[in-house]
Write a protein that binds this ligand. Structure first.
Ligand code: 5RP
Length: 229
């Protein structure tokens, strides 16, 4: 029987599927965003039913959700490895190359992904793209000298906008940095090259390209299918 859902339900399905894969007595990285929230909410439920894990959040928001649900949290600087990290994505291509950072948590997310033995990406079908770049590429930059940093990025062909809050104030990350959202052109289609070129500028902290970091991808479709690749 076919049944149809909306994208929010897809996010929930993907998040809950990922939670069902979490093994007892492991350290779990908690992603950030609306899809990761569904994962954390299901994890809260599983922990209340006896699942024993420790978790590392990638943002204040995920910290609050986990703490409110009594998921045991572990201070990141007391460990050097995480078993499983689960997070959403803004775009994912057929090679599991990803753009993240729509929520501005890309730097902590990448640190946690790099520390993790396994990274599971959870997405609804709208996040699938043939080629990265339909949505902006977030670039985290230092506030110090940012006018010159932006000029260097623009001279290299990276046009974009400094991210602002809905109140029109500069968006500041939890690491006290700024986000420059780059609009990639169709010819800027080599993620590794552009990641390397952008991060070679002093003052650029990182890009939202997550390359070679996703181990498994859980995609939920509007017809109710959930596929793990
Ligand atoms: C936050 C992220 C998110 O994972 C990404 O923006 C996807 O968000 P959502 O699940 O709300 O669609 O990278 O920095």
């Amino acid at each position: 029987m076919m049944f149809f859902m909306d994208l929010t339900n897809c996010k929930k399905l993907a998040g809950e599927k990922a939670a069902s894969l979490i093994k007892p007595n492991t350290i779990v990285g908690l992603g950030t965003g609306s899809t990761a929230t569904f994962f954390i909410q299901k994890l809260v439920e599983l922990c209340q039913n006896g699942l024993k894990i420790q978790a590392v959040p990638t943002s204040e928001n995920s910290f609050r959700l986990a703490a409110a649900g009594n998921i045991p949290l572990i201070e990141i600087n007391t460990i050097t490895a995480i078993d499983t990290y689960v997070d959403g994505a803004d775009e994912i291509d057929p090679h599991k190359q990803i753009i993240k950072g729509g929520g501005g948590a890309l730097l902590r997310e990448k640190i946690v992904a790099t520390m993790s033995k396994e990274t599971i990406i959870i997405v609804d079908e709208s996040k699938q793209v043939k080629r990265l770049g339909n949505r902006p590429l977030p670039v985290e930059i230092l506030p110090f000298g940012h006018t010159a940093i932006l000029q260097q990025l623009q001279l290299l062909g990276y046009t974009g906008v400094l991210r602002h809050t809905p109140n029109k104030e500069l968006f500041v990350t939890e690491n006290n940095n700024l986000i420059y959202d780059v609009h990639l052109t169709t010819t800027q289609n080599n993620p590794l090259f552009h990641h390397q070129q952008i991060t070679s500028i002093p003052g650029v902290v990182d890009t939202g390209f997550f390359l070679g970091l996703a181990d498994r991808v859980i995609t939920a479709f509007l017809d109710g299918q959930v596929i793990i690749n």
